[in-house]
Design a binder for this molecule. Structure first.
Ligand code: AMP
Length: 248
């Protein structure tokens, strides 16, 4: 079984995002970019399934600028076998990503597609679900455990009340939650080895997908600055203060 893992190059999770002066978006000039953390978890899970013998090949794909090839090389260094870069400088929305992935699924015929539950830049949390709908496949979202057995996969999901396990028939879609695994660091020899693993470059048009945006961002603004706290002497003063602030 082949596993397809879509990985997105996003602003590094340690970076404090700055909003552009004109409020049109987040300033990405000279900002550290990395693989979306949930996608690292997806790559790790796919590589572990391969190591366990449940998969034979892990293919990673990224839709983004030429530099997304660095993100793909990181995935190759973690253990993926080959990579596809669908190169575009346009911002690509989840529906367009899902359509491109559907076309790649048509060519590659994977048994599983493992995506992150959300990309931490736009926080859309839509791509896996849209891909499942376009393909008519079952989906196990927010996975905290994935067990492949025979022609099915059991996915344990973190839901409000605890854990839920769903059983899906392969091929299927899985999206990863934070507690699924701890991704490995790529070792230096594996980083070197990854340089010679196959990476092909394509364009959205190769898959017949129009990536023109369907959403318009009206405004992006900084979160309101948090006000300093105050100390109160006792409960009476606390209640009085809350009333004064209109919180009671
Ligand atoms: P989103 O729906 O944008 O929050 O993204 C959910 C998941 O879809 C991500 O964690 C990735 O696995 C995948 N994904 C989204 N955008 C891209 C992209 N441009 N290239 C590759 N994978 C993507």
């Amino acid at each position: 079984m082949k596993i397809l893992v879509p990985v997105k190059r996003v602003i590094d999770y340690n970076v404090k995002p700055r909003v552009k002066a004109d409020g049109s978006g987040v300033d990405l000039a000279n900002v550290k970019m990395s693989m979306n953390p949930f996608d690292e978890i997806a790559v790790e899970e796919a590589v572990r399934l391969k190591e366990k013998g449940a998969a034979t090949e892990v293919v990673v794909v990224s839709i983004g600028p030429a530099k997304a090839s660095e993100t793909l090389r990181t995935a190759l260094a973690m253990g993926a076998d080959r990579a596809i870069l669908v190169q575009t400088d346009d911002a690509v929305e989840p529906l367009a990503v899902a359509k491109i992935l559907k076309a790649i699924v048509g060519e590659e015929a994977p048994g599983l597609v493992v995506l992150g539950k959300q990309a931490i830049d736009d926080d859309a949390g839509q791509t896996g679900q849209m891909l499942a709908a376009l393909l008519g496949w079952g989906q196990g979202t927010f996975a905290s455990k994935v067990e492949v057995a025979g022609d099915g996969v059991a996915v344990t999901r973190e839901v409000d009340g605890g854990l839920e396990t769903v059983s899906l028939k392969l091929p299927a879609i899985v999206t990863t939650d934070l507690r699924l695994n701890e991704p490995r660091y790529a070792s230096l020899p594996n980083i070197m080895k990854a340089k010679s693993k196959p990476l092909v470059t394509k364009a959205p048009a190769d898959y017949g997908v129009d990536v023109a945006p369907r959403l318009t961002t009206l405004k992006v603004s900084e979160p309101p600055v948090r006000q300093a706290g105050i100390k109160v002497a006792d409960v009476d003063e606390l209640v009085a203060k809350l009333k004064e602030l209109g919180a009671l």
